[in-house]
Write a protein that binds this ligand. Sequence first.
Ligand code: BG6
Length: 496
Amino acid sequence: MNQQSASAGLDRSPYPVGSFTFVLHGASGDLAKRKIIPALAHLAKSGYFAEDSRVILAQREKLSPQDALAGVDTFLAQAGDEAGRASLPALKPFLMTLQMNLGTEDAGRDLRATLAGLPEPVVHYAALPSSRFVNLIDCLDEVRDPKRLRLVLEKPLGFNGAESADIEAAVAAKLDESQVYRIDHYLGKQAVQNLLALRLGNRIFEPLLTREHVHSVQITVAEDLGVEERAGFYEHAGALRDMVQSHILQLLAIVAMEPPVSLEADSLRDEKLKVLRSLKVPNVQAGPELVVGQYGPGFVRGQPVPAYRDEKGVSPRSMTDTYVSFRTEVQTWRWAGVPFLLRTGKRMPRRFAEIVIQFRDVPKPLFEPAGGQWMGNQLIIQLQPEDKLELKLLAKSPGERERLRPVSLDLDFFNTWRIPVRDAYERLITDILRGRLSLFLRRDEVGTQWAFVDRILTDIRKHGIEPVPYASGTYGPSAATAMALRSGALWAEDGV
Ligand code: BG6
């Protein structure tokens, strides 16, 4: 089948969601303007919303819907998001605004008055700093029927396990777990769902994903951006809390989990949880199995960029990590002993996210080695910038000699389907509106992720480990290369 006829058979029409009310708390914040409002607008434009549905932008300032939309439009214009701007007018017929001061006595009453007569389910989306979550939960007492609402919480839930547990206790006191949607937007990415399909919809790789066949697994989420306007948050967070605590650990859980009994939320979450519970805490001293870094000045895409410590809002003596890489193991029968090398950093040379599964060499090489260092095959699952799959095979190179060369089988999902990939938030919002929990985190997953990150942070503090400087526009401290080599592995950019 050629590419055109393959995509012609796909159903492109929207499958509308029923009526709802969506209250966006923190509507004037960066995340709301950059991601959530454009995603809602695009869904409205694509015909997903029933006519009587309502989107309420809740914020401290008193604003008309018109002015609120104009504010988002200006923000998107500055961000160069023309597609986002083009969708905004479609949101207008659904839009209401609410001036609300969370934490004040009036907040719950104002919310109840606004919601009177509007359709259910009511979704409360907390696009707020996690320090405000409990304030929001407190005013949910006031709303019509707390058992019929859905609460959406953005990561990070707190800045450590104890804070997260406090928030969770407040949530559990009011709501059932089935009403809570904890977002990690990586699970909304099409590429992550493709990863599930690759593993669970095909026979050919799954039997090979074991300690018998896999040499090592590496996961990279690299960003070329720096801290941008978020120093206030990032100075307290750093790469471990911001990226590892959820995005990286969720990717790892999906790669390493056992096949679930179904794709229902709890089946998937049970399997991910087992992986998260079986992670080995990296040894920060011997080895060491962890490298933290902080970007210095340098060049990204040919442009000079400042050091982290010279960014607006950052302390000149900041010890915040903007890079982290570490080695862990999934201590299960399937994976015991296989190194999992994970890393993330800001101000790297390019934005990319990928999972590389490095297979072992053949047991007895019969051919001459392929020029490079690796003889084994690699399966590369690229999540960003493109949603792609690459399988590196070894092929006989032309000529008389029995010599092998790596060649690639590439699958580019965009060119296969020829349908623009939906933004992660669009997918997640439709799932919330349809009441589907599979792509959201359960309380025990978040708790286990925090326990792992807290252990690492405690060890870092205990042993006085400080971030190593690295030049912006590089792949991080060279100590990370040495760390990978100790596991007999090379980071992707160092390989053949
Ligand atoms: C967010 C982090 O969760 O993910 C940001 O707080 C990071 O620091 C972002 O930049 C990366 O998301 P994406 O989708 O651009 O890879």
